[in-house]
Design a protein around this ligand. Structure first.
Ligand code: TPP
Length: 438
């Protein structure tokens, strides 16, 4: 049934796009004879619609809104067995393991920032389902552009705990050599482009990569994660339009978690969320319950199929809730009630929902939960201790990697610093830094 629906949907889309092109060609020929059959329909080159004599404005508040696709109810029961992705015990337990490992890492790293051991951190609480559900549906060679709150995607791909910790500590084991703020991960080996803080910059870049993938015909796609707050940036709109007009294999994955730091969605936009913009830009669009990991898996899998086979962008809006503070620089009790947070934490948590499903299948119980929790904590604490013990990267790394050959003005600064550090060695914690760059 689902397969039939999928096929007919792509057939309808194909026909629609064909008609649109046909219509445009007719217009450009500007031939009265050829157009006579279209006289009853408007044939402006910039729209596709019918005539009307009714003076009606399209009223956003009368429109019902795009529905939220789900597979499980809030208690973890599958609603329609036809849409159960039937991933099997091994895969589902693996998904649960990653979601909870991410959660444990967040707790420990958040605390470590509170204790002054690292400078900054961002938790992913409540959004674990969007990360793992989407990452599991992709091919590991698909390119990921994250925003910053997608650590679970990288974790799913096997980025080791040590690497997470090294990055947050900015130690000599960090691939970014301590030059980035914590949580700005990146990994060539995991096809995960390094996070950059200015919001939405990843979006046009993702379209550029997707265009390159289209030209290379490599059968891969690009996924670009962003928050609903970020969707208000100009770059987001440019990216949507470019991707649709260039017909690129890119999945735009919006994590709509209700807040952009202290700005609630009610102040962010007046339309029907981010999904409503998809059709306006000419993108296949779906809204999904982001706290339902199976629903996220299904839509991402289907989106991947559409974007690769039809070379067109797809927009997924995953509805979720940011349970943690925005970052360690934020105190969300200043702008939202504790009761609101408690509601999402206790009634709609993606981890609790998946656990309920696993228990109902006989795959999980309290003993396994306790063992796994202890194991998780031990793994994170050990990686944490290892990262903390490591030295900082050699200070000389500050001057490298931007230019292929060090230009004179940088060389001058480098030599100045070298002389300075030598002269005032006793005033700096030099022993905490590696002696030479690797
Ligand atoms: C261009 C730019 N403007 C402002 C900021 C400061 N800033 C960092 S995160 C953030 C909120 C983003 O919210 P959203 O996209 O909804 O993602 P979320 O943090 O909720 O996951 C803002 C305003 C920034 N990093 N870049």
């Amino acid at each position: 049934m689902a397969a039939v629906a999928k096929v007919s949907w792509s057939v309808i889309n194909g026909v629609r796009r064909g008609l649109w092109r046909y219509n445009t060609i007719l217009w450009s020929l500007n031939s009265r004879t050829l157009c006579s059959s279209l006289e009853e329909q408007p044939n402006f080159p910039g729209s596709r619609s019918k005539w009307t004599e009714k003076l009606d404005f399209v009223q956003p508040d009368l429109y019902d809104g795009i529905p939220v696709y789900r597979v499980m109810d809030r208690k973890g029961n599958i609603i329609d067995p036809a849409y159960d992705p039937k991933l099997g015990e091994e895969m589902v337990v693996r998904m649960y393991h990653r979601m909870t490992l991410l959660n444990t890492m967040d707790r420990i790293m958040y605390e470590s920032q509170r204790q002054g051991r690292i400078s900054f951190y961002m938790t992913n609480y409540g959004e674990e389902g969007t990360h793992i559900g989407s990452a599991a549906a992709l091919d590991e060679k698909d390119l990921v552009y994250g925003q910053y709150r997608e650590a679970g995607v990288l974790m799913w791909r096997g980025f080791p705990l040590d690497q997470f910790m090294n990055q947050c500590y900015g130690n000599e084991g960090d691939g970014g050599k301590g030059r980035q703020m914590p949580v700005h991960y990146g990994s060539l080996a995991h096809n995960f482009v390094t996070i950059s803080s200015p919001l939405a910059t990843q979006m046009p870049q993702a379209v550029g990569s997707a265009y390159a993938y289209k030209r290379a015909q490599n059968g891969q796609c690009v996924i670009c994660y962003f928050g609903e707050g970020t969707s208000s940036e100009g770059d987001a709109h440019a990216a949507f339009n470019f991707s649709a007009t260039l017909e690129c294999p890119v999945i735009f994955f919006c994590r709509n978690n209700g807040y952009a730091i202290s700005t609630p969605t009610s102040e962010q936009y007046r339309g029907d969320g981010v999904a409503a913009r998809g059709p306006a830009y000419g993108m296949a669009t779906i809204r999904v319950d982001g706290n339902d990991v199976f629903a996220v898996y299904n839509v991402t899998k289907a989106a991947r199929h559409i974007t690769i086979t039809e070379n067109r962008p797809v927009l997924i809006e995953a509805m979720t809730y940011r349970i943690g503070h925005h970052s360690t620089s934020d105190d969300s009790s200043a702008y939202r009630s504790v009761d609101e947070v408690r509601h999402w934490d206790s009634t709609q948590h993606p981890i609790a929902r998946l656990r309920a499903y696993m228990v109902s299948q006989g795959w999980w119980d309290d003993t396994k939960e306790k063992q796994w929790k202890d194991d998780c904590k031990r793994q994170v604490m050990q990686a944490f201790a290892r990262a903390e013990r490591r030295q900082k990267p050699c200070w000389k790394e500050m001057f490298t990697d931007v230019y292929d050959k060090m230009p004179d003005h940088i060389k001058e600064q480098y030599e100045y610093m070298q002389a300075h550090v030598q002269e005032y060695e006793d005033h700096y914690p030099v022993k905490n830094f590696a002696k030479e760059s690797h």
